[in-house]
Design a protein around this ligand. Structure first.
Ligand SMILES: [Zn+2]
Length: 96
């Protein structure tokens, strides 16, 4: 990686994410760069409990380029079946 002129610039921000899955509560850090910023509008799985379909909800700033976020999951009480991850992504987009 070349640095042209400027000091090395950390790309993106870090989200300290807390899984909201009941019984998990795992915290992990997720680096968000322009390359993977779409994670913020898509669903993802918790790296610990592996529950899929979680979406990130920013929960305030902690420090410089460090933000808190929660990994929320929809209640699994809807009647539709199937993966439907694309539909979930759509509804997540509405949050913003
Ligand atoms: Zn979890």
């Amino acid at each position: 990686m070349r640095v042209n002129g400027r000091r090395t610039e950390v790309q993106g921000v870090v989200y300290r994410v807390a899984c909201q899955n009941r019984g998990c509560g795992h915290q992990f850090e997720l680096q968000i760069t322009p390359q993977n910023a779409r994670l913020l509008s898509e669903t993802m799985a918790c790296p610990r409990c592996g529950r899929r379909g979680g979406f990130l909800k920013p929960d305030g700033r902690i420090g410089d380029k460090l933000f808190a976020a929660r990994l929320f999951f929809k209640l699994a009480n809807t009647s539709y079946s199937g993966a439907g991850s694309a539909e979930e992504a759509d509804s997540v987009a509405e949050v913003y």
